[in-house]
Write a protein that binds this ligand. Sequence first.
Ligand SMILES: Nc1ncnc2c1ncn2[C@@H]1O[C@H](COP(=O)(O)OP(=O)(O)OP(=O)(O)O)[C@@H](O)[C@H]1O
Length: 332
Amino acid sequence: MMTNDTQNPLLAVRDLRTYFHTFSGTVKAVNGVSFEIGEGEVMGLVGESGGGKSVVGFSVLGLIDEPGKIEGGEILLDGQDLVTAGEDRLREVRGREISMVFQDPMTSLNPLHTVGRQMDEVLRLHTKLDADARHQACVEMLESVGISQAAERLKAFPHQFSGGMRQRVVIAIALLARPRLIIADEPTTALDVTIQSQILKLMRQQIADKGASMILITHDLAVVSEMADHITVLYCGNVVERGKTRDLIETPSHPYTRGLIDSIPDTAHRHDRLMQIPGSVPDIRNLPKGCNFRDRCPRAQALCAQQEPVLTKQHATLWAACHYPLKPGETA
Ligand SMILES: Nc1ncnc2c1ncn2[C@@H]1O[C@H](COP(=O)(O)OP(=O)(O)OP(=O)(O)O)[C@@H](O)[C@H]1O
């Protein structure tokens, strides 16, 4: 189902289903997820732990391993399906067209090699630049992510950088091959608050400068509300709401989105209460019939236990899967 306004999106994910076949049952981690991202857009993928955010990211990167499998759907990059692409094509896509930034910078960095060597490697693989030009490009990239004395720092090993500086290095590496899409999975969660906002600003600015798009995966709605053009909210492997950031934050239509917003400290202050969504995420191996959120939902009625809601157009740019969505002005 096409539910965004984007014409010729850079990435279109359609009805993606990624399951893990475990001894204790099939985990339908992603179960019919669709979204689109246009050139230069930032899309926030949010929701509580276990919603399927990371599995969406890994699916797009072609990095789902046993016992996981993409069971259905399409991941179209410029119209070309990555689900059916071979490993060679996927390897080419990773690094050149899509790069990734993870929560722990050491996941992406090799502790045994200097930062310069790791940056040079990317350019050797993906460009035809000679050694001098590659060195120059590495210095410039490191400077552009706010690391001074870049030529010197290229000779240092990852452990010689602080956590925040290491994440800057990872961002520099992610940008080097001039990817069209960056998938950032909780990129600042491990960093302290001041550094978090510096890194987020840096990512936003770098993405704008280089004309790249980004999927920003986070449980933190406050972070995406500052960074993203669009937001997609996942719950139990399904999209429960999506739309433009401003519409979704100011007048959400799904009670789950409302709950997430009320859990942001600042917003809660405005509402004069700090609400946590009651209850916990159900076991996705054993989901109840009907709406997955109904046991935690203040608006649930009999229908919610009988029939699964489907994504439907709501007010403004919002689409939500809810039988009793909030209208603008309603707060609970
Ligand atoms: N290798 C695996 N084997 C079995 N189940 C898995 C595997 N990887 C992920 N899952 C399951 O898939 C579901 C979605 O996980 P995912 O990590 O995508 O959630 P998330 O929204 O990113 O949460 P978090 O913020 O905790 O990372 C979870 O129930 C998780 O247990």
